[in-house]
Ligand binder design. Structure first.
Ligand code: FAD
Length: 368
């Protein structure tokens, strides 16, 4: 596009969220991002806009409004019905060039992780992947650092006018957190891990106020190098870790009787109406499938109750569960780091402790 330059920072405004739908259904992460984007837009004093691509998906627009979008840019075309990297990249790049948002957020889903870097390269801007925290407001960011880091924030000079998106993510294998900014290019782009941002409450009055915009875009045959012939859903049901109220996770501590350990975890999860998760050690050993993994390279969960059985509490595991409302840890080593963040810690052999827990929860339930 003529006159478009990603370095013309002042020409960009508004916060955009790529709204990921699959077969006409919005992904839960989209609502989390819309809720987070609302806060960023308010702090910047700009509009929050959803960018929705698909075919016959207008019905989703009101929902995006209900979670905070002021406007939704809707791009509908049969070629956009199913996700393809080339078609989606073309349309998103066209829209960004035409309307110039200053921030563009994607969920760090398989689609977001594929699409966002392609768009960033096409638009010649920066992308920070897998963010776990976002800020624009400087005092809020300083407060976040004060609570979450060992930095001497008061010893530093802060530019209170700084409008850059401060994108924080784990670095060096999760051993430290890095905040990244993209000061010279726009839009500032980020992918955000599913389950990290909190979904706001639905607001029906906002749903009716959302403005629908249909940008013009063109898709030529030359833009489309891939064609989706069929979508085959996996027959195995994946575990819904991020939506569960109770997660019972197992780690290498079950190694002396893997089958028995998983059975105990399933039984405990069953009594509490929860699901089974695992540490990376349990997944890498092939004891559970990858969709069960909790942690930096797995899922981020914040259930009401998180029970860690035979999990040491490595920093990468904690990164995915430390915001759970109540953490119960069972570990035979009193010095296991998991006890540092546990609300309730039981030091003992899980094969002895868990049957007692199951029995005691059952008795409590029977009393009720
Ligand atoms: P261990 O650290 O081996 O701990 C086993 C624990 O079980 C010990 O504390 C032991 O005392 C206890 N135990 C043994 N027997 C019993 C028993 N009978 N009863 C009770 N307790 C018992 N890890 C993740 O979990 N998720 C991630 O997403 C993740 N991402 C990573 C990303 C990177 C880049 C890297 C480098 C690592 C990542 N890891 C991740 C791996 C992480 O560093 C740890 O290696 C892993 O979490 C350890 O798993 P664990 O606690 O099950 O095993």
């Amino acid at each position: 596009m003529k006159n478009y330059s990603s370095t013309d920072v002042a020409a960009f405004q508004d916060v955009w969220v790529f709204c990921e739908q699959r077969q006409g259904e919005m992904t839960p992460t989209t609502y989390e991002l819309i809720s987070e984007g609302r806060k960023l837009a308010d702090e910047l004093g700009v509009k929050l806009c959803g960018l929705l691509l698909g075919s016959q998906v207008e019905g989703l627009v009101k929902d995006l409004g209900a979670y905070g979008a002021d406007q939704v840019y809707l791009c509908e075309d049969p070629e956009l019905k199913d996700y393809t990297t080339d078609a989606y990249t073309k349309v998103i790049a066209d829209c960004v060039e035409a309307f110039r948002p200053e921030i563009l957020l994607f969920g760090a889903s398989n689609i977001g992780r594929d699409l966002a870097p392609r768009c960033a390269a096409r638009l010649h801007t920066g992308l920070c992947a897998d963010c776990t925290h976002l800020d624009v407001d400087v005092p809020k960011y300083v407060q976040f650092l004060r609570e979450a880091s060992t930095l001497d924030v008061d010893a530093q000079k802060w530019d209170l006018e700084d409008r850059n998106l401060k994108m924080t993510r784990p670095a060096f294998g999760g051993h430290l957190m890095a905040t990244i900014i993209c000061p010279r290019f726009r839009p500032a782009m980020a992918t955000v891990r599913p389950g990290v941002m909190k979904k706001a409450a639905r607001n029906e009055s906002m749903a009716t106020r959302v403005e629908l915009i249909r940008p013009t875009f063109q898709l030529f045959a030359a833009d489309l190098r891939t064609k989706v012939r069929e979508i085959v859903k996996e027959t195995r049901k994946l575990v819904d870790l991020t939506g569960a109220d109770v997660v019972v996770s197992v780690g290498r501590g079950i190694s002396k009787d893997v089958e028995g350990g998983i059975k105990l975890a399933e039984e405990l999860a069953g009594v509490l109406g929860g699901v089974v998760g695992g540490s990376r050690a349990a997944i890498d050993s092939g004891w559970l499938s990858a969709d069960h993994q909790v942690g930096q390279t797995g899922k981020t969960v914040h259930p009401k109750i998180y029970i860690a059985l035979g999990i040491s509490g490595a920093i990468q595991h904690k990164a995915g569960m430390q915001d759970s409302e109540n953490i119960i840890a069972v570990n035979k080593s009193a010095t296991a780091p998991i006890f540092e963040i546990a609300d309730f810690g039981i030091c003992g052999d899980l094969f002895q402790v868990v049957p007692l827990m199951i029995q005691s929860f059952r008795e409590e339930q029977e009393k009720k």
